[in-house]
Design a protein around this ligand. Structure first.
Ligand SMILES: [Zn+2]
Length: 80
């Protein structure tokens, strides 16, 4: 065996566009996005998560609000 430990990646989560693995030896998190892999420390992953959440909120705020408040006010045609 070599002195240097080999990386031992474990899958944390996998979705349709990203896979997230963590190395048990280095404690580095690898985020695989298609052909790109970003390696971050766990604290940086939490910061990225927070930034992504704010970006999603900003995107949703720029869209038309969902028509939930109009329910009951104008029923679909054929139901009245
Ligand atoms: Zn490693």
């Amino acid at each position: 065996m070599a002195d240097r430990k080999e990386c031992a990646h474990e899958m944390l989560a996998a979705g349709p566009i990203a896979k997230v693995r963590r190395c048990r030896e280095c404690d580095v998190v690898s985020i695989e996005l298609g052909p790109t892999t970003v390696r971050l420390e766990p604290g940086a992953v939490e910061s990225l998560w927070s930034t992504l959440g704010r970006a999603i909120e900003a995107m949703r705020a720029r869209r038309e609000p969902p028509p939930l408040t109009t329910w009951g006010a104008s029923p679909p045609r054929g139901l009245s």
